[in-house]
Design a protein around this ligand. Structure first.
Ligand SMILES: [Zn+2]
Length: 154
């Protein structure tokens, strides 16, 4: 799903793509890891596999050496997923100035099923660039409250 410059940005900022994540996709480095979360979400939503690869830490858990395979996996994920929303919930400094944690929730749907998740992601700064290092999945608050089943009970 390609995104046009004047479309609302898929990160949910309410701003046109050309004034939002396209700036980062075009090569400007996000100064804040939160902006990188938005730009990566938008890249997933618009099938920009190159940006995901470009902003993944080479020593991180998700880096793959087979670029072609990795990119086609990203594209497949983009294709089968509906990106319904991103919410940044928390951000924390890490153990040093070059580490930062961002907790975010994404609303996703795959094959008519809820595929939403909440992740606490770690970012590391490498030569002045923030990169996605790794992350842990958190239990969704909505799951705990049983809201995940709300639809079927209506
Ligand atoms: Zn955006």
């Amino acid at each position: 799903m390609k995104i046009l410059p004047n479309e609302p940005c898929r990160c949910g900022s309410g701003v046109k793509y050309k004034k939002c994540c396209r700036i980062f996709h075009g090569g400007t480095e996000p100064q804040k890891p939160e902006d990188l979360v938005k730009a990566r979400y938008c890249a997933y939503a618009s099938g920009n596999a190159q940006y995901i690869v470009h902003t993944t830490h080479p020593k991180g858990a998700h880096f793959q050496s087979d670029m072609d395979r990795w990119k086609s996996e990203i594209l497949r994920f983009s294709k089968v997923t509906e990106f319904l929303g991103l919410e940044i919930q928390n951000s924390e400094s890490g153990s040093n100035d070059d580490e930062f944690w961002v907790t975010f929730h994404v609303e996703l749907q795959q094959f008519d099923k809820d595929a939403s998740f909440t992740e606490r992601s770690r970012f590391r700064r490498e030569e002045g660039r923030w990169l996605y290092y790794d992350g842990e999945l958190l239990k969704d608050a909505s799951e705990e409250k049983g809201e995940a089943n709300a639809e079927s009970s209506v």
